[in-house]
Write a protein that binds this ligand. Structure first.
Ligand code: CMP
Length: 138
């Protein structure tokens, strides 16, 4: 059964001109782009999105980074989308990411790691609803 996940091309990758290459990798892996938009977000919006990480030492730096420039927000669809996207992204820390993954190719550090993908069905539902209105997902 088809599943939806939520993804962000982060400001580091957008700044470096990797948007098209990352989208190509996503489509080549069989994902349909159900919705996509490019925008800059505020620090407060980033804090709300990453609220589960609010107690982490990197929270302030992460939310400053995520609001530092335009990002690409996407809802992606395919069978097993959540797990398959995380596999395509590679490990959070690009130093540990497998060859051929998006983070291995395009990420610079554990924080500036090029792409985000939801880690579970509940987080995907929260994250899609946080950034996309129902009318954007028809
Ligand atoms: P993401 O998948 O978007 O989820 C939380 C983000 O926090 C993660 O990607 C990284 O960008 C960032 N992150 C996770 N661990 C660390 C860390 N140890 N130091 C700095 N940033 C981190």
């Amino acid at each position: 059964m088809s599943q939806r996940t939520f993804s962000i091309i982060k400001p580091d990758a957008v700044r470096k001109g990797y948007t098209a290459a990352i989208l190509a990798a996503i489509e080549k892996a069989g994902f349909q782009i159900a919705s996509i938009k490019k925008q800059s977000i505020s620090k407060a919006q980033a804090e709300g999105f990453y609220a589960v990480h609010s107690a982490r030492p990197f929270f302030d730096s992460l939310t400053t980074f995520m609001s530092s420039g335009p990002i690409v927000l996407m809802v992606l669809e395919k069978e097993n989308a959540i797990a398959d996207l995380r596999k395509l992204m590679g490990a959070t820390n690009p130093a540990n990411a497998e060859e051929g993954t998006i983070r291995k190719q395009f990420a610079g550090s554990i924080e500036e790691n090029a792409i985000h993908g939801s880690d579970a069905p509940e987080t995907a539902a929260f994250e899609i609803g946080y950034w996309f209105a129902g009318y954007e997902l028809v």
